[in-house]
Design a protein around this ligand. Sequence first.
Ligand code: FES
Ligand code: FES
Length: 162
Amino acid sequence: MTIRIVLNGIPAVFAVRPDETLLELIRDRAGLTGTKKGCDLGECGACTVLMDGRAVNSCCVPALAADGTSILTIEGLGTGKNPHPIQQAFTDAGAIQCGFCTPGMILAAKALLDKNPHPSRGEIREALSGNLCRCTGYVKIEEAVQLAAERISKEEPVRGED
Ligand code: FES
Ligand code: FES
């Protein structure tokens, strides 16, 4: 079956198998290997992408279910030369060790900050609770999300009276 998605801002058409997952489509067909395959069971969050702005485990989403949606992967967020503030904050806060969990963590953090620009530490922990990290002990990751929230809120234009 053919599906149409917007992948990192670019319209794309894929012929997919009924048993194909969104993760397979992203990695194997689109070649976007920033999205990681960890457990392949919906338990680690390494495969997190945003589907219409919502964080999903792409290993558990049938590719067919993505038809008509907009998908954001880590490649669509920022680049090495022009990182997104969340990516920069992860680097600055020392929240990256092996990096395997990082794309999923950053996208889960983006989904949170888009909804809730000033999350508490508990809200950050809750939002990232589906994303496992075997390296950092999570504290620096939470600090990175807080730092990103501060920086993003400073970047926002001040709204005048209208
Ligand atoms: S690879 Fe999808 S949740 Fe682990
Ligand atoms: S930095 Fe290694 S799994 Fe998180």
